[in-house]
Design a protein around this ligand. Sequence first.
Ligand code: ADP
Ligand code: MN
Ligand code: MN
Ligand code: MN
Ligand code: MN
Length: 356
Amino acid sequence: MAAIKSKPDLLEHYRSLDQGSKIQAEYIWIDGDGELRCKTTTCDSKITDIKQLKEWNFDGSSTNQAPGHDSDIYLRPVAFFKDPMRGGDNILVIAECYNSDGTPNKTNYRHYCKKAMDQAKDEEPWFGIEQEYSLLDVDGYPYGWPKGGFPGPQGPYYCGVGAGKVFARDLVEAHYRACLYAGVNISGINAEVMPSQWEFQVGPCASIDMGDHLTLARFLLVRLAEEWGCVVSFHPKILPKGEWNGAGAHTNVSTKSTRTPGIGMKAMESMIRKLEAKHADHIAAYGEGNELRLTGKHETGNIAEFTSGVANRGSSVRIPRHVHSQGYGYFEDRRPASNIDPYRVTGLIVETCLLD
Ligand code: ADP
Ligand code: MN
Ligand code: MN
Ligand code: MN
Ligand code: MN
């Protein structure tokens, strides 16, 4: 399928027209396949409080979230951000999905996550997620790779600089700025080991904010890539054969205790033992296709066993060297795949480590 060429020059005139006091609110939600969906509504005036936003609905039978005979799914606004595409007072809204009987939709891990976070609030859990992703051409082949062929082997690309080593930096830069404008707590970016693979980091974010900020950052990436005619893949291993790295979503975790000098290391060790005991449950929640990635090669631990270590990027859980030296801080769960539901993963970590 050929990409339909957008015409940004033509759009510019209409974007600059006065929209009066009305604003546009883009509701964003997670569909039945873990992909993002969105639709827009007009609000009469600027939104300053989440309560001003209406509960809305959509046809869940078109998003793999409901059967055709009972297809209404309700969208409850839970967080909003500035909209970098439309600018002005326009906003992007994260919404949770509820069925017509009032129960959370099967995709609504935020509902579950929020409960866990509320129960664990005395421990003030913080998270930082390193979102790796791959850029593809509209034909599904890695972006910028010679068609039908391969670029030179991995080595020069990670944090690379220079033509031939770096792909689509303009898109990545635009995304970074769009996140800052929106109010996403993005903390950095880097080019990854596989050419056309990148990473952005979001965090540290307190409790439920992790899922909201990561979801919004993903939305912005996919939305901007649309303008570049580029497809974003969050699949954990787009090339299972050959020496090409997979894509993860390393999840960094800390609590009030782990951040406290003197007791931090002990608190982390206790949490890591709990994670070890529940390894299989965590793997089940850590992304589709993750078995292709967690092979024990390419900076991963093997899916079949839980390991931990200081500065060891071949382990399931790593304590960064500087954290170990100072004796407090955070640890990194390296198992989550790039296509995780961040609400599900952070909720489960809290449940295992703090609510047992
Ligand atoms: P790596 O060396 O694994 O590539 P990065 O610099 O890419 O590390 O990512 C580190 C992550 O750790 C960031 O997402 C950051 O937000 C997160 N982080 C830093 N401090 C904390 C903390 N106290 N609690 C939770 N996450 C943290
Ligand atoms: Mn309609
Ligand atoms: Mn990283
Ligand atoms: Mn990385
Ligand atoms: Mn990492």
